[in-house]
Design a protein around this ligand. Structure first.
Ligand SMILES: NC(=O)c1ccc[n+]([C@@H]2O[C@H](COP(=O)([O-])OP(=O)(O)OC[C@H]3O[C@@H](n4cnc5c(N)ncnc54)[C@H](O)[C@@H]3O)[C@@H](O)[C@H]2O)c1
Ligand SMILES: [Zn+2]
Length: 354
């Protein structure tokens, strides 16, 4: 078992461990002692597997439990489902001291967090992430939200959880391709800030799933990396932007595919494209680039895409992360060291086309 403490505008713990769900009731009582009611927000796939266990834990701690289960998938990440959660809580007479518990992947934790951030102007949320991506990324750091027809994650709030409880045994049921996708973000931490993680991933030679201790260790390292960044820059104005490595190009590839290509795969492609550009620009050694690309391949992730430099620049200039006429581009010029560089569209095109 491992604890990572996050000290953002709110302080909380991320508890990581094999079988740690057995401590959810006790830990919930400790962080939200006044709560009487809890709404579990989950989706069809995950609820079928884990809703009963989570419900039993919360009931065992004396809470009155309601559940809101939506259909699994990004399609559900919309305002209608959020309204359903608000109504469910209102009907059950929730007050400011009651809580939301998000049980699922990133779609679920983003929505559970947003419902909690907005109901009665904000109630506590406990996140119980069940996908690798949600454990290492989405459930930690307080970004919550939904999609609108014009774009993904366009509406949301910063709302930190009171507790994140990550039971790594839940990953046993995660489909292989969804696990691989999560590795896109795991390798990202290794590249931007954590050479020790890179060493461990190399040593594991493509398999971190079968050894519970290794899995816990890898997830813990990623969460500690994210916590370090959140503690410094909660709202994405400075260093938090390095978490976007691979995302500038990745988002464009993802959007151009009509969101049929998975996020983590697109991020890996975006990271690979940037590695090539940095090598060509002479700022990244061919040796470091090879090591990083070999790691992507080891974990069955791609490192390139057919997309043209022009299309990346055009797409990136429309991205919501853009500020004014310049883009914040994230570069890795040495393993474990990311750099934020402001570029105009012309400079960005030149960088990608060298
Ligand atoms: N808030 C943030 O900081 C942040 C960061 C990264 C991503 N995100 C968001 O996260 C979402 C993607 O998250 P995701 O990849 O977890 O998607 P997801 O929630 O759709 O889960 C992926 C798939 O895995 C299934 N699943 C999840 N856990 C399972 C388990 N233990 N066993 C079996 N099946 C399981 C789900 O039912 C789904 O089919 C996107 O909406 C993205 O915008 C948010
Ligand atoms: Zn991402």
């Amino acid at each position: 078992m491992m604890t990572v403490n996050v000290r953002a505008s709110k302080e909380y713990n991320v508890e990581i461990g094999d079988g740690i769900i057995s401590r959810l009731g006790e830990m919930t009582k400790a962080v939200c002692p006044k709560a009487i009611k809890a709404l579990i927000v989950s989706e069809t796939n995950v609820a079928a597997l884990y809703l009963d266990a989570v419900k039993a834990q919360l009931e065992g701690a004396g809470l009155e439990v309601a559940a809101y289960v939506f259909e699994a998938g990004e399609k559900s990440k919309n305002i209608n489902e959020i309204a359903g959660m608000w109504n469910k809580m209102a009907e059950a007479g929730f007050t400011r001291t009651d809580i939301v518990v998000g049980l699922g992947g990133g779609v679920t934790t983003d929505m559970a967090g947003f419902a909690a951030a907005t109901f009665l102007r904000g109630i506590d949320v406990i996140q119980v992430p069940t996908s690798l991506l949600a454990m290492v990324d989405a459930s930690v750091g307080g970004k919550t939200g939904i999609d609108i027809p014009m774009g993904k994650n366009q509406v949301g709030a910063f709302w930190q959880p009171s507790l994140v409880l990550e039971d790594t045994s839940f990953l046993k049921t995660l489909p292989d391709d969804v696990f691989t996708e999560g590795m896109g973000e795991v390798t990202k931490y290794a590249f931007i800030m954590d050479e020790k993680l890179l060493d461990l991933l190399e040593k594991q030679n493509g398999n971190i799933r079968d050894d519970a201790a290794v899995l816990e260790n890898v997830i813990g390292m990623c969460v500690a990396d994210k916590a370090e960044i959140i503690n410094e820059d909660e709202t994405d104005n400075g260093r938090r932007q390095i978490l976007n490595f691979g995302h500038t190009a990745g988002h464009v590839i993802e959007r151009d595919s009509g969101f049929t290509k998975p996020h983590g795969i697109c991020v890996a492609k975006g990271m690979g494209i940037f590695m090539d550009a940095c090598v060509k620009a002479g700022t990244l050694s061919a040796e470091d680039a090879k090591r990083m690309k070999d790691l992507l391949a080891m974990y069955k992730l791609p490192a390139s895409d057919e997309i043209t430099a022009e299309d990346i620049v055009k797409g990136a200039m429309n991205d919501k992360k853009k500020r004014g006429n310049t883009l914040s581009v994230i570069l890795v010029n040495k393993i474990g060291k990311a750099e934020i560089k402001k570029m105009t569209a012309e400079e960005f095109l030149k960088f990608l086309s060298v």
